[in-house]
Design a protein around this ligand. Structure first.
Ligand code: G4P
Length: 538
């Protein structure tokens, strides 16, 4: 790979524990700032601003990414690895925009835990809730970080109650803000009985000033907290300890309880405690749902799955990186892995690890790690790669699109290029492509409007295909199946004009609207209509 600038990573002597996690939040809650502070604490970057700067540099590279800039969102996602206290932390970035829920969903299938960032002034917001629900589906344990306590926000009780009520979770406060906004005097940690103080200067950031106390009634605190505020916090803390659950590891691990850390990513409050909590509480690699049986991380055979494919990470070479989450075994560079279900085997010569700023060659990797495999389109989202041939990772569904469009070419001589472009972009998961049985224009399906904008810009910028997306007669797509093959065949024959095939050849029924879908389903009880489809074989 030309893009690799650094020497191969030396083999590690012992295997450090892995923590593979994602941060879920609503845009603006502080995910980027927190990411940056975690990377700084892990020594992966050396100055604040590098994550944003890196995002900007990346955006500058490709025309279609202008969309990201205009909308102030990050469409691409990446993996950042840092080490701290002898552990390896793999942070998977989830695209923040709701239009990309499918991509985000898949990223969340590759983590073992999540950090939920909440803006103290806003509480639980729409996107936080959606992402939380995805985590809950998979029982992904969650640590909560209530951010921006240096600003005026809602009170801690209101925030804790909102989390408990709206997410139906037990909450265990691990720290407590001593005043918020203008009255902010520091952050109290229940476990260590310490108070972290803001610096006396204009930044008001945490710079290491810490008071150790026997409790909130320790006279040492009276010297740094105004008396009325101290009394208030003593009362609040007593109420909180009586009123909320104590931290309970099994309840957290099952996704029933969330420890809640207050803090300020911008002012460095609560970062250390968050990393310590990830190290101490968050699970290492969990068994991966698979058939015929879940994959245990201790299984000696190397198995992983592709949860994301990204093109144009280096626009100079039309490279494509498949992001593979390792589930078991000890991966070594050069290894041959079976692309299960295809009969193909792939020699992985240039696997990459992703550091905050660089990629480097992975000499070896372990369960929980994410490796990037450069390829030219052989690897697809959902693929299982394994030393075994009898195992298929499950749980990476495709979602029925919410918007369907016909792709009309402005220049009919570019048909071949269009077909290739749609194929490539479908493989990346940017769009889904459906080909009507009776021929005619291909249909693209997306979950959100933004994906359509990205599609048009990328078709033009990368494939020099000028295309228009037109609404067609159909707006709803459902995968169809039946227990009896002949029932399915008959249904398809009777509805020929409304049948299309997805990329894998699976049949899809197209309806004008939900009413027609419901009607057809009632008329054809032998047929099952699915809004999601898991790709198990191809
Ligand atoms: P996101 O990735 O979740 O979208 O959020 P991001 O970190 O970009 O933060 C959104 C805004 O909130 C930024 O301000 C950031 O500086 C601010 N912020 C993040 N954490 C804290 C915090 O703990 N306290 C306070 N007071 N502000 C915080 P911005 O003005 O939109 O951007 P910038 O110009 O500062 O970069």
């Amino acid at each position: 790979m030309h893009s690799l600038e650094t020497a191969p990573r030396p083999a590690r002597a012992a295997r450090p524990e892995r923590r593979t996690f994602a941060i879920i939040s609503h845009p603006d809650a502080g995910k980027t700032t927190l990411t940056e502070k975690l990377l700084l604490a892990g020594g992966a970057i050396h100055a604040a601003g590098e994550v944003k700067a890196r995002g900007a540099a990346r955006r500058a590279r490709s025309d279609w990414m202008v969309i990201e800039q205009q909308r102030g969102i990050s469409v691409t996602s990446s993996v950042m690895t840092f080490e701290r206290d002898g552990r390896v932390f793999n942070l998977l970035d989830t695209p923040g925009h709701e239009d990309f829920s499918e991509d985000t969903y898949r990223t969340l299938t590759a983590v073992d835990s999540a950090v939920m960032v909440i803006d103290a002034a806003k509480g639980i917001e729409a996107q936080t809730l959606k992402l939380f629900e995805v985590c809950r589906l998979r029982s992904v344990p969650i640590i909560t970080f209530v951010n921006k306590i240096d600003r005026e926000g809602r009170g801690p009780f209101e925030l804790l109650d909102e989390i408990a009520d709206r997410l139906a979770l037990d909450v265990a406060p691990m720290s407590w803000p001593v005043g918020m906004g203008g009255r902010f005097c520091g952050l109290w940690h229940f476990g260590s009985r310490t108070l972290d103080l803001p610096a006396d200067d204009a930044t008001g950031a945490f710079a290491g000033a810490r008071v150790a106390a026997t409790g909130l009634d320790d006279p040492a605190l009276a010297a740094v907290v105004p008396p009325d505020l101290l009394v208030e916090v003593q009362e609040e803390a007593a109420l909180a300890e009586a009123g909320y659950a104590a931290f309970d590891q099994p309840a957290y691990a099952h996704g029933d309880l969330t420890p809640v850390f207050f803090g300020s990513a911008l002012k460095d409050f609560g970062i250390e405690q968050l990393i310590a909590a990830l190290g101490a509480f968050a699970p290492g690699p969990r068994p991966q749902p698979a058939e015929p049986a879940p994959i245990d991380p201790g299984d000696p055979a190397v198995t992983g799955f592709v949860f994301k494919v990204q093109a144009n990470m280096n626009p100079a070479h039309r490279d494509r990186i498949a992001f593979v989450r390792l589930c078991s075994g000890r991966f070594r560079r050069g290894m041959r892995l079976n692309q299960v279900g295809t009969g193909r085997s792939i020699a992985v010569h240039s696997p990459m690890l992703f550091l905050a700023r660089d990629r480097e060659l992975a000499e070896e990797a372990f369960p929980g790690d994410i490796i990037g495999i450069p390829n030219h389109g052989t690897l697809r989202v959902g693929d299982t790669l394994s030393e075994r041939t009898d195992v298929v990772v499950t749980g990476l569904p495709s979602f029925a699109p919410e918007i369907l469009r016909r792709v009309a070419l402005r220049d009919p001589t570019r048909t071949k290029q269009l077909a290739k472009a749609l194929d490539d972009l479908a493989e990346e998961g940017v769009i889904q492509v459906f080909r009507p049985e009776l021929g005619g224009l291909p249909l693209v399906g997306v979950v959100g409007q933004l994906q359509l904008d990205v599609l048009v810009v990328r078709l033009s910028a990368e494939y020099r295909v000028e295309a228009a997306l037109e609404p067609g007669p159909h707006n709803v797509a459902r995968w169809i199946a039946a227990d009896e093959a002949h029932a399915l065949e008959r249904f398809m024959a009777d509805h020929r004009g409304q049948i299309a095939r997805d990329r894998d050849g699976a049949p899809v029924f197209l309806a004008r609207d939900d009413w027609e879908l419901g009607y057809t389903a009632r008329q054809n009880p032998a047929i099952r209509f699915w809004a999601t489809r898991e790709r198990r074989e191809r």
